[in-house]
Design a protein around this ligand. Structure first.
Ligand code: FES
Ligand SMILES: [Fe+2]
Length: 356
């Protein structure tokens, strides 16, 4: 699919979605079926029966064998066709392609591309595998928009003030300047906003018990092309981390997003809210889950609208601000990874917001 980086890991599903009932996902334009076999192993095959192209995701799993729901071809977990009803001989080219999956706690990633290429591990997500230290709520929202719009949205959190007022947005978010750094070796973009002695929004007040004023830090790391990590620190105003790095009076959250391009105009928005306090508290889980779903839905609604506007608007003009540096750099990095830009040099990287 054009504009999508290959030889990359993308989140394909919440691990809880992958069961003995096959599910269909389209990632980077590739149709994939995922399922879980005995021994707790996750499997992904091309979601296309080689016989008459019927989706294998509409088939049935018996143990490790997936049977096509149309004429009954049977496939092993390595994609090999082992049964063709009514004949002994298995035709050539009856096998299906296998995708590499990596289950990392609550999220499962798929490798899209060449099996021999690239970094062979998905981004580290230790918060999703350590229930004793981190409690997590997680979900996924499909969006009818190109993935670059979600990148823009997540890298510029000034929108919290307007789109998410009442939950996570307060006036200070939009009013506080950010610091952006671009690491072109690792393909990581960092955007930081530290707010001192500000209002405590409900999302944090209800879960931490803190009252205003608080110090509220948002430190974003975007690992192009598909993983976003927001380090949140909430503390009573004036309290700083100790010199040792310990930070016992503060509350920490890791807000994760897996940005998975599905088709040219659709995206999977995987999210997880991880916290190092109120561990195992189901009331807090419920509150955060409800509130985060509302926040995500507000983003989804906005991005659906922007996408439909773009589709009907031939004018490419957009105003660019200093606050857009991170998002512009992220777009550019993804374009490069997708092979769409030949030249890595130039003024753009010195000042992405200043270059037209
Ligand atoms: S389409 Fe799958 S067996 Fe015929
Ligand atoms: Fe948002």
């Amino acid at each position: 699919m054009q504009g999508v980086a290959r030889n990359q890991w993308y989140v394909i599903a919440l691990s809880s979605e992958i069961t003995s009932t096959p599910i269909a996902r389209t990632v980077a334009g590739e149709q994939i079926v995922c399922y879980r076999v005995p021994g707790d192993r996750v499997v992904a095959l091309r979601d296309r029966c080689p016989h008459r192209r019927y989706p294998l995701s509409l088939g049935r799993l018996n143990g490790e064998v997936l049977t096509c729901g149309y004429h009954g071809f049977c496939f092993q977990t390595d994609g090999r066709c082992i049964v063709v009803p009514g004949q002994e001989r298995i035709p050539a080219h009856a096998d299906v392609a296998v995708y590499e999956l990596e289950e990392q706690g609550l999220w499962t990633w798929v490798w899209i591309g060449d099996s021999a290429a690239g970094d062979r591990r998905p981004p580290a997500t230790p918060w999703l595998t350590s229930p004793d230290s981190w409690s997590v709520v997680t979900g996924m929202a499909p969006i009818e928009c190109r993935t670059s719009l979600l990148v823009d949205n997540l890298l510029d959190l000034s929108h919290e003030t307007y789109l998410h007022g009442g939950s996570i947005g307060t006036p200070e978010v939009a009013a506080t300047p950010t610091m952006t750094t671009i690491d072109r070796e690792r393909n990581v973009i960092a955007v930081s906003r530290h707010m001192d002695a500000v209002e405590c929004p409900e999302f944090y007040a209800r879960t931490t018990g803190l009252t205003s004023p608080i110090d509220r830090w948002q430190d974003i790391e975007f690992f192009a092309p598909s993983f976003y990590l927001l380090h949140v620190r909430i503390a009573p105003a004036g309290v700083t981390p100790e010199r040792s790095g310990e930070d016992p009076q503060a509350f920490h959250m890791k807000i994760l997003y897996g940005l998975t391009p599905s088709t040219t105009g659709t995206t999977y928005d995987f999210w997880a809210v991880c916290r190092d306090f109120a561990i195992g508290d189901q009331e807090v889980d419920k509150f955060l889950d409800t509130m985060q779903r509302e926040v995500v839905q507000q983003d989804v609604d906005a991005l659906n609208i922007v996408e439909s506007r773009i589709a009907n608007d031939p004018d490419p003009f957009e105003v660019v601000l200093g606050i857009d540096r991170g998002a512009l750099a992220a777009r550019r990095m993804i374009q490069e990874l997708a092979g769409g830009l030949a030249d890595r040099e130039g003024a753009f990287w010195e000042d992405p917001a200043g270059v037209r």
